[in-house]
Design a protein around this ligand. Structure first.
Ligand SMILES: Nc1ncnc2c1ncn2[C@@H]1O[C@H](COP(=O)(O)OP(=O)(O)O)[C@@H](O)[C@H]1O
Ligand SMILES: [Mg+2]
Length: 268
């Protein structure tokens, strides 16, 4: 039986797809058979970040409508044998996903995978609700700014009232992942601090991912940032997934980087 995890936020552009790709890759790197599903019907972003966009033939909607089999639709990751991508359709509209259809696919995937990571579209409407409905755990991706925190708070409300577990009187396990964190801007008072966000949302902190150029580089190359083990964001995602799996790791990248002597003299 697979564990179903939704990566959600309410707001767009906060780092859900980046996180879904990094999280799924890190789970697979640590030996867990993982599939990552793009619920963002109409946009199709995950396959680009995973670097498999040219291999997409069939998609999630084809699978739901019985136009393709699971074997035909899943794309095996280029680097990891135990990682698969289920791409979204670029041409259909967001309502093409039905409850019954999604449930059937998740049940089928559940038989052979350890983790199912669901990359949610932005918003709190049909597509986002479909992505979170079957989740047992949720990674709430939030940027340290008021609008993002507000939208995350709304999505937490939906998780707690409209998910399948909520309907059964149970709770979805929530994890806060603060992304695009920039300690300098926090220090200048331009962004909320980790403590501010934790206080407002009141859910357990899984990790803090720094604002990092490595993320753009990774997505341009189609290689999820956890493969860049030298990078701050790659290390922060690795920490977060290790914590998720029960390891005790201290939080890093929360303080402003002190410039080294050479950097101060020569710039950079
Ligand atoms: N930690 C980060 N540092 C720098 N840029 C980031 C970071 N996380 C995400 N981004 C960038 O932000 C943009 C939106 O990210 P994406 O993962 O597509 O968000 P969403 O799926 O929530 O819309 C992308 O251009 C991505 O490269
Ligand atoms: Mg996205």
């Amino acid at each position: 039986m697979a564990k179903i995890i939704v990566v959600t936020s309410g707001k767009g552009g906060v780092g859900k797809t980046t996180t879904s790709a990094a999280f799924a890759s890190a789970l697979a790197l640590k030996g867990h058979k993982t599939v990552v599903i793009d619920f963002d019907v109409g946009l199709r972003n995950l396959d680009l970040v995973m670097g498999c966009e040219r291999r997409v033939v069939y998609d999630f909607v084809n699978l739901i409508q019985g136009e393709s089999t699971l074997g035909q639709t899943l794309i095996k990751d280029k680097k990891l044998d135990n990682l698969y991508v289920l791409p979204a359709s670029q041409t259909r509209d967001k309502d093409a996903l039905s409850h019954e259809g999604v449930e059937k696919v998740l049940n089928e995937l559940s038989e052979s995978f350890d983790y199912i990571v669901c990359d949610s579209p932005a918003g709190i409407e049909h597509g986002a609700q479909m992505a979170l409905y079957f989740a047992e755990e949720a990674i709430i991706v939030t940027n340290p700014e008021v609008s993002s925190v507000r939208d995350s708070d709304r999505i937490i409300g939906i998780l707690q009232s409209k998910s399948r577990l909520a309907e059964q009187g149970k709770a979805v396990k929530e994890h806060l992942l603060l992304t695009r964190y920039n300690p300098e801007r926090v220090e200048r008072g331009e962004m909320l601090s980790v403590q501010d966000v934790e206080e407002i949302l009141a859910i357990p902190l899984l990790g803090v991912i720094p604002e990092s150029e490595a993320v753009l580089k990774a997505s341009n190359q189609g290689v999820p940032v956890v493969h860049d083990s030298e990078s701050d964001a790659g290390q922060a995602y690795d920490d977060a997934v290790s914590r998720y799996l029960g390891e005790d790791r201290p939080h890093r990248f929360l303080e402003k980087q002190k410039k080294s002597f050479l950097k101060r003299v020569f710039g950079g």
